[in-house]
Design a protein around this ligand. Structure first.
Ligand code: FEO
Length: 174
């Protein structure tokens, strides 16, 4: 069964949001790099890859359902932050926003009784629980070490150990 036009348009919008998320996290990575926080920058680069994999998961699904992917301009992300804490607070807020978009998509799929799309969105609903938990945990850790240079050094090292995304479909993510 072909996707409805309304659902296809909503998924196209989400593809753009996922690419924007990737762009935003790469901008954060670049800021962190400029602050010599190489581990945190690496964490954000992996987050960038993860967002690309989310966009591609929707992309593949649209093709499978015979819908046309239409790519739109990606808006320019913020480029400066005041601290590593501010970066991760913003990442957490951004993930909460993405969760709300995924929930809106799930509501639409429910309205349309589109069970296949709901099944796909179930994966994203679970993924968002993880996305929010990961970013909020890092905010907590930064608050915990406060301004201790030693603590920040250790945390930066820990963040740098995040494993890379291993598939283009976003199936096996840390
Ligand atoms: Fe694609 Fe971080 O949500």
């Amino acid at each position: 069964m072909k996707l409805s036009e309304k659902m296809a348009e909503a998924i196209n919008k989400q593809i753009n949001e996922e690419f924007y998320s990737a762009y935003l996290y790469l901008a954060m990575a670049s800021y962190l790099e400029s602050q010599k926080l190489k581990g945190a920058a690496k964490w954000m680069e992996i987050q960038y890859q993860e967002e690309i994999s989310h966009a591609m998961k929707f992309y593949a699904y649209m093709n499978e359902r015979g819908a046309r992917v239409v790519l739109k301009a990606i808006k320019e992300p913020q480029k400066e932050w005041n601290s590593m804490l501010e970066v991760f607070e913003d990442a957490y807020k951004h993930e909460q926003y993405i969760t709300s978009l995924i929930n809106d998509l799930a509501n639409l799929a429910m309205e349309e009784k589109d069970h296949a799309t709901l099944a796909l969105l179930q994966w994203f609903i679970n993924e968002q629980v993880e996305e929010e938990a990961n970013t909020s945990e890092i905010v907590d850790k930064i608050n915990f070490v406060k301004d201790s240079p030693n603590g920040l050094y250790m945390l930066d090292r820990e963040l740098g150990q995040r494993p890379a995304v291993t598939t283009t479909q976003g199936e096996e993510q840390a």
